[in-house]
Ligand binder design. Structure first.
Ligand code: ZN
Length: 118
């Protein structure tokens, strides 16, 4: 189980899945800097508001629309587990076509839950 989870999140892999967002294969030379600027500006996961293990998600992924790779409005900052689950439904080759709507709803629900007593 634990090993399976590690595999899901790409821990301990020697090579990345070609569609893993951490792979820089074929990416624009501008991607890394843009990604770093996006993280600096957005600061936290759009859904959880956490500031750890952040990744930049392409709402329409690079392998589907490479022309949108550097499009600011096509990006969303997420923690890696949220990215994999909500952005890609646990398959990097797949993407959530209702991402914006679902992410907005989940962000509201998380914020509401945080507002309740712990
Ligand atoms: Zn993504």
């Amino acid at each position: 189980m634990f090993q399976g989870l590690l595999r899901v999140f790409g821990v301990g892999r020697e090579t990345l899945h070609p569609l893993d967002p951490r792979s820089l294969e074929g990416r624009s030379p501008k991607w890394r800097a843009l990604q770093q600027r996006f993280v600096r500006e957005k600061k936290c996961c759009f859904i959880t508001r956490l500031r750890v293990d952040l990744e930049v998600h392409h709402k329409i992924p690079y392998h589907v629309r490479p022309d949108l790779e550097l499009e600011w409005d096509n990006l969303c900052l997420l923690t890696r587990p949220v990215h994999y689950l909500i952005g890609h439904h646990c398959n990097w080759a797949y993407y959530n076509q209702n991402f914006e709507e679902e992410a907005a709803r989940l962000a509201e629900e998380v914020a509401a839950a945080r507002g309740r007593d712990f």
